[in-house]
Design a protein. Structure first.
Length: 115
C-alpha cells in the first residue's frame, strides 16, 4: 500500500486504466478477434502517458514542497529529502509500465490462439 500511496493521485488513474486494459486483454485472450487489438493498444498508450504524466506531477510536487519549506530547503538532509522524493515520484511509471507489460503478455496469449 505504501508503494501506491507514494505515487499520489496519478496512481488512481493508472489503476483504473490498468484494470480496463487488463479486462480488455483477458477478453481478447479468451476470444481473439483482431479488431480488439487497436482498443487494447490505445489503452496501453494511455497507460504509458499516464505514467509519464504521473512522474511529472510527482516531481513537481517534490520540487514545490521542498522549495516552500525553509526547514527542508536549508537542511543538511536536503539531498536525502530530494532522493526520497524522486524515488517516490517514479512509482507511477513503475506501475503503468508493469501493467502494460502484463497486458502485452496476455495479448500475446490471444495472438497465439489466433494462430
Amino acid at each position: 500500500m505504501g508503494f501506491f500511496l507514494a505515487g499520489g493521485f496519478p496512481m488512481v488513474l493508472i489503476a483504473i486504466f490498468g484494470l480496463v486494459a487488463a479486462f480488455a486483454a483477458v477478453r481478447f485472450a479468451m476470444h481473439p478477434v483482431a479488431r480488439r487489438l487497436a482498443h487494447i493498444g490505445a489503452l496501453c498508450v494511455a497507460l504509458v502517458f499516464a505514467g509519464l504524466a504521473g512522474v511529472a506531477v510527482d516531481l513537481l510536487a517534490v520540487a514545490t514542497h521542498v522549495a516552500a519549506s525553509p526547514e527542508w530547503s536549508t537542511s543538511d538532509q536536503l539531498p536525502l529529502v530530494l532522493l526520497v522524493g524522486v524515488g517516490e515520484s517514479m512509482t507511477p511509471a513503475i506501475l503503468s509500465f508493469s501493467v502494460v507489460a502484463g497486458t502485452a503478455l496476455v495479448v500475446a496469449l490471444g495472438l497465439r490462439r489466433m494462430g
